[in-house]
Design a protein around this ligand. Structure first.
Ligand code: URP
Ligand code: ZN
Ligand code: ZN
Ligand code: ZN
Length: 467
């Protein structure tokens, strides 16, 4: 069925432009933009006209790091694809790229099929997959080529979590060499997990069992060391590298140095590292468990280096690493032993707002907001310009954003399936008003109008950020 929507009078903000323009949407795609008030724009008619006067009209957010239903730490991340993608829509995100997991001793294909089965028919917004490679061998290396061909073009490896997802340097080098040939992008969890496990054991032996010790044993230096090692392995392999969830200022320095050398290395950070700190991990009565994730939250002084990295493009992407575990019954598994607290924070609903607050606070510009949250993640992971911008031919994934609305973030009002908010009580300026996904309203003036199954699997091309 053909349909036309016109969005009138808003300030269209993309990574490259800010223009007062009307947007014409036809059959789920952006058909045209024209300066508001011009005869060309005035002539457009639509089945639906959305008045965006005084609002921003922005591309839907692209969150390239989520873990819906992830089996981890003896339990499962508490958002399903249904609840998690609905919460994402509420927060102005219209595409996620989640991580399918290869079980040890299993094929990539089996893991990918299992994740397709979890997501299919359940998502409110579009989704793609990366593949977590936990077992590099001759078979899985061959499978990587096949996955790239079918649109799973990025692979996460772990220098942490020995016995779970861990790869040694040889396995990492082999996967990087393969990706240098097939165009895949290696995403690295850069922490020296072998050394960290020794420090965990020693801390527990000293009776240091509280959540704050999670931050103490997962040292910034061991993040930076692993980041450095990953960069050099990628350099030897001639492969590009994307380092996920960067939290330490020393790691940003490693990335900056490598980029100054001309290497194709990229970095992602997450809102929790920009807005939260070890102060949260030290909250009494086990409340600190709410903030246990890896890489861990750092002392406050790291934040300025992350913001600077985002401004200087030594960090290119902010995604959430959304991996929620309820406080009751899940985070509580680690009472008396911080190493048993499931690692991960909720945040898929909060990213666009927190980064808008960063615009309000003067950390980044409005266009940089869209660049790090929409355009660059789409480019980096082969979704651009279908996703990440508003241009003729792009999917009509559009957010009408009210930059003046005030809100207080809280578990009482959020839509993520988790019993706490990492940002409880935080005031932010700006709020999502309406959201379109491929031209369909999924949030209509603060009402959910989407449905499970609207979201479609989106195969991806290889990284478009290198050229
Ligand atoms: O603590 C985290 N980040 N949990 C999710 C898994 C990962 O390492 O990204
Ligand atoms: Zn204006
Ligand atoms: Zn990770
Ligand atoms: Zn993650």
């Amino acid at each position: 069925m053909s349909s036309r929507t016109v969005i009138r009078g808003g300030l269209v903000v993309t990574a490259s432009d800010e223009i007062h323009a009307d947007v014409l949407i036809e059959d789920g795609r952006v058909a045209a933009l024209a300066a508001s008030g011009t005869p060309a724009a005035a002539a457009w008619t639509g089945d639906r006209v959305i008045d965006a006067t005084g609002k921003y009209v922005i591309p839907g957010g692209v969150d390239v790091h989520t873990h819906m239903e992830l089996p981890f730490g003896g339990t499962f991340a508490s958002d399903t694809f249904e609840t998690g993608t609905r919460a994402a829509a509420w927060g102005g995100t219209t595409t996620i790229v989640d991580f399918a997991v290869q079980g040890v001793g299993r094929s990539l294909r089996e893991g990918l099929d299992a994740w397709h089965a979890k997501a299919e028919g359940n998502c409110a917004i579009d989704y793609g997959f990366h593949m977590i490679v936990s077992d590099v061998n001759q078979e899985t290396l061959k499978e990587m080529d096949l996955l790239v061909e079918e649109g799973v073009t990025s692979f996460k490896q772990f220098m942490a979590y020995p016995g779970v997802f861990y790869s040694d340097d040889g396995q990492i080098l082999r996967a990087m060499q393969r990706s240098a040939e097939n165009g895949g992008l290696i995403m690295m969890h850069a922490e020296n997990g072998i050394a960290i496990d020794v420090l965990v054991e020693q801390a527990l032996a000293r009776g240091e069992t509280d959540p704050r010790h999670h931050g103490e044993v997962r040292k910034a230096l061991l993040e930076a060391e692993a980041t450095h090692r990953a960069i050099r392995l990628a350099q030897v392999a001639g492969a590009p590298l994307y380092v996920v969830h960067v939290s330490a200022m020393e790691s940003v320095a490693e990335l900056a140095r490598a980029r100054d050398e001309g290497l194709n290395v990229f970095g992602e950070t997450c809102p929790q590292y920009l807005f939260l700190s070890t102060d949260n991990l030290a909250e009494p009565d086990f409340e600190g468990a709410k903030y246990v994730c890896s890489t861990p939250l750092r002392p406050r002084e790291h934040q300025a280096r992350l913001w600077r990295g985002l401004r200087t493009n030594d960090l290119q992407v902010v995604s959430t690493d959304h991996c929620p575990f309820c406080f009751v019954g899940q985070k509580e598994l680690g009472r008396g032993d911080f190493s048993k607290i499931p690692n991960g924070l909720p945040g898929v609903e909060n990213r666009m707002d927190l980064l808008h607050q960063a615009v309000v606070d003067g950390h980044i510009s409005r266009r940089r907001w869209i660049e790090i949250a929409c355009a660059t993640p789409a480019r980096m992971f082969g979704l651009y310009p279908k996703k990440g911008t508003l241009a003729p031919g792009a999917d009509a994934d559009v957010v009408i954003y009210d930059p003046h609305a005030e809100q207080v973030l809280s578990a009482e009002t959020h839509h993520m399936n988790v019993d706490y908010s990492a940002y409880e009580g935080r005031r932010v300026t700006g709020r999502v008003e309406s959201v379109l996904s491929r031209g369909e309203l999924v949030i209509d003036q603060r009402e959910y109008t989407g449905r499970a199954g609207h979201g479609a699997y989106t195969p991806r091309s290889t990284c478009q950020y290198l050229t």
